[in-house]
Design a protein around this ligand. Sequence first.
Ligand code: UDX
Length: 439
Amino acid sequence: MKIAMIGTGYVGLVSGACFSEFGVEVVCVDKDEEKINKLKAGECPIYEPGLENLVANNLAAKRLSFTTDLKTGVKGADAVFIAVGTPSRRGGGHADLSYVYGAAKEVAEAMDGYTVIVTKSTVPVGTGREVKRIVAEARPDAEFDVASNPEFLREGAAISDFMRPDRVVIGTETERAADVLSELYRPLYLLETPIVQTTLETAELTKYAANTFLATKITFINEFADLCEKVGANVQDVARGIGLDGRIGNKFLHAGPGYGGSCFPKDTLALVQTAKDAGAPIRIVETVVDINEKRKTQMAEKVVAACGGSVANKTVAVLGLTFKPDTDDMRDSPSLVIVPELQKAGASIQAYDPQGMKEAAHLFEDVVFCEGPYETMQGADVLVIVTEWNAFRALDFERVKSLLKTPILVDLRNIYNLEDMKRAGFTYYSVGREALAAE
Ligand code: UDX
């Protein structure tokens, strides 16, 4: 089989490379010539563990290729996947679908023979039907179907999420289209991966339901963390205590500074708009959006409290800038609010992130970027862990204390346990657990 993947971002590049690993001939198309030239040379423009090798192997096997010429890519393709960006539109939060519709129009003009046009990007309910209208208008003669095949890839785990998914969701209108997509995902049959065959709108809404539910689950435990701090409970034990209930599950119950990334923030906003426009507002997600946004400022306040109520003329060492570990993605990262809030309160910031600093360099002002975790804490008054990179999980506490002016650690990801921090003599603030004051 041959497919074209339109868009070589986090979703398109991973999906294209994984399909080629399945043995499918994949042509990845992007308008960005520089990005395409890098990919042709086997260079990945994004950091995703394992992606560089996967691209190189399939490039060498000639199953994967890259081009800026959409016509070439689409020619002879059994399916064309639209995996372009759907950022939040300025203001309201609606998804900006101009790239999706633009791609659909170009695909329409390039199609030769029956083609399934698949939206892989996260798109509001009804987008597939609009793609169908656009294509039919451009090519009344063409034989084609549209389909929705949302991805559930987590950055940092995207390849394993593609290769061993909990399920594949496919929304189609005809048997013929469903058969083409089932054929594409045949290698997953060996793993007995559940395939949910449904309608266009249902597949589109399922993606939003998944992401907004996960965002709600995180926000639920984050609010319980605040309550735990007030009543002297331990949110990690609460999370474990409820997570062992099979109906709840233990994933996505880690309290922290709030969710970020390229998906949860934009998908919650888009779903809220879709629901309002449809006259069936989803108020619980509206509340989740509001809570999550305020939480990031709340985290800066936690740092100020850990420093006795003021960070004026103090130096704050920040470990972790990306929205989660194992990615270089800074989109909607809590650090983008926490750092400026601390600067507004008079702090100077020294920061380090294993992968995010290149991206972060033009997102912050007056931040001193350091070579590593220990250089970052040199002479600082307080150490704040914002992202739970493995590199921060086994710090040498004696060395940390020797580098900090005062042994204050604010751990926004609950990496460390209270007993160790008590023994090590830190003033230790975390999320949803008691605060410790150094003797
Ligand atoms: C998410 C969905 O998981 C994925 O299925 C979808 O396709 C894209 O969006 P991603 O945004 O890459 O993936 O990261 P994820 O691991 O889901 O984390 C999202 C945010 O939630 C991060 O900021 C993370 O720090 C936060 N989070 C996650 C928590 O605060 N607590 C948790 O327990 C889990």
